[in-house]
Design a protein around this ligand. Structure first.
Ligand SMILES: *[C@@H]1O[C@H](CO)[C@@H](O)[C@H](O)[C@H]1NC(C)=O
Length: 182
């Protein structure tokens, strides 16, 4: 009986390792993505890095487009991203987050920032897109501007960053996010 239990738990551990081998979910494995479970296991009491949550699903078209942008232009944020804890919230992990993480709707993709302590900061919106779908981003430059803005307000090293004007909102081809059913 005991032997059976041991074999069973080893099997489960193997599954967990396999599942977390690429926490990037295809959003550029050069970036230091964490799973929500890994974040939960962290002791944030001495953490100095703001947290960036990226909510996405594999079946969502706007997510696929942004994912492609991350794959191709991820180097634009690779240095900046080292000053953050990046959390990739995809698939079933989405259901583990409450309404606080959907301040203006449960659409995807959306990006939220939290203080190093873990306190969510819904006031940190897309600098180029504050009115509706304020956590939706459709370009790497806008993601970068949002991260810079967050770092300026939340990061211990924020003062070392040169401030940069947020990318101007493109009045034309704004991609509408898809509303998720979460
Ligand atoms: C990751 O970094 C390596 C080395 O700089 C580069 O060759 C590769 O294209 C990068 N991968 C992505 C997905 O950006």
């Amino acid at each position: 009986m005991l032997r059976y239990a041991l074999v069973f738990s080893v099997g489960l551990a193997g599954l967990c390792l396999a599942a977390s081998s690429d926490p990037s979910n295809g959003w550029n494995s050069n970036l230091s993505w964490q799973t929500p479970a890994a974040l939960q296991a962290m002791d944030l009491s001495h953490n100095t890095k703001p947290i960036m949550y990226l909510f996405n699903q594999p079946w969502c078209g706007a997510c696929k487009r942004l994912k492609e942008t991350f794959q191709q232009e991820g180097d634009k944020i690779s240095k900046l991203s080292q000053k953050f804890i990046l959390v990739n919230v995809g698939g079933d992990d989405n259901s583990g987050f409450g309404e606080a993480f959907a301040p203006d709707g449960g659409y995807i993709p959306r990006i939220l920032f939290a203080e190093p302590s873990g306190t969510l900061r819904p006031d940190l919106k897309n600098p180029a897109n504050q009115k509706e779908y304020a956590y939706f981003y459709d370009s790497m430059d806008k993601v970068r501007a949002g991260m810079k803005n967050a770092l300026k307000l939340l990061g211990s090293q924020g003062k070392a960053e040169t401030s940069e004007q947020p990318a101007a909102a493109s009045a034309t081809s704004q991609t509408k996010p898809e509303v998720s059913e979460l």
